[in-house]
Design a protein around this ligand. Structure first.
Ligand code: Z5A
Length: 224
């Protein structure tokens, strides 16, 4: 990175199934592009060649295919590849990185959802990721029935086979939602919870208000 090159911002999107993360990330990327802010979009698990290979092991097959501890280790192996090969290099060259899921998903899904020790997850996190943190995390919060319904109809049309987590029972998804809200309550300086049970346009507007206020972009912004 040259001396005057500013590090990019790392923004993560989190939430349960079908919350609208993919939709909102694409819209935010367009908005940042329009401001000439270099932006990449990426996702977890995945975002680097080795991480994509691990993703295919995780998102398909029987719901009990993995022991939950093994699942945490696979997710963190993928995250390490993603960080080293994609996220850090992009931030160092000044790009903003918009990431669909990151470490809060592991705490929510594997910790709150599957009941894996949160201390164990924190220990693995500290070893693999260290003190690196998103600059901003947006949790898109949505009632379980609505989110799962959206994800199922989306998968039916475009992504059959990647539905291992969606097939988990409703109580799992309820624990997940509570988990995300609990994680947000513990890190108010980093995390904003956004009501995602509205039209895509309303959610886009709330996302933009949050991002532009956090990074002082309003002076440069033009209405969408
Ligand atoms: N996982 C984990 O367990 N632990 C971890 O540490 C990590 C991940 C990192 C990856 O799945 C799975 O891995 C994930 C958790 C687990 N579980 N699942 N499933 P994924 O990447 O395949 O799926 P996802 O992250 O849950 O995303 P999603 O289901 O694709 O949802 P989304 O990106 O939040 O939503 P979307 O694709 O933007 O929208 C879904 C549909 O709803 C689509 O048809 C949209 O057009 C529609 N939509 C979007 N917004 C709206 C609004 N506002 N109103 C109405 N309809 C809407």
């Amino acid at each position: 990175m040259n001396a005057i090159q500013q590090r990019g911002k790392f923004i993560t999107f989190e939430g349960g199934e079908g919350a609208g993360k993919t939709t909102q990330i694409a819209r935010l990327a367009d908005r940042l592009d329009a401001l000439d802010i270099p932006t990449i979009t990426t996702r977890e698990p995945g975002g680097a060649p080795g991480a994509d290979s691990i993703r295919s092991l995780l998102v398909s097959g029987a719901t009990d295919k993995w022991d939950p501890v093994s699942e945490v280790l696979l997710l963190y192996a993928a995250r390490r590849e993603h960080l080293n090969q994609t996220i850090r290099p992009a931030l160092d060259r000044g790009a903003w990185v918009l990431c669909d899921r990151f470490a809060d998903s592991t705490m929510a899904y594997q910790g709150y959802g599957h009941g894996i020790s949160r201390d164990f997850i924190r220990t693995v996190h500290d070893e693999v990721v260290g003190t690196f943190n998103p600059d901003l995390t947006l949790i898109l919060d949505i009632p379980v029935d609505i989110g799962v319904g959206r994800a199922v109809s989306r998968n039916t049309s475009t992504r059959s086979g990647e539905d291992r987590f969606e097939r988990m029972d409703k109580s799992f998804h309820e624990r997940l939602r509570e988990g995300f809200l609990d994680i947000a309550a513990g890190a108010p300086e980093r995390i904003t919870v956004i009501d995602a049970d509205s039209s895509p346009e309303v959610v886009t507007s709330t996302v933009w208000q949050t991002v532009s206020a956090k990074f002082d972009l309003n002076a440069q912004a033009t209405p969408a």
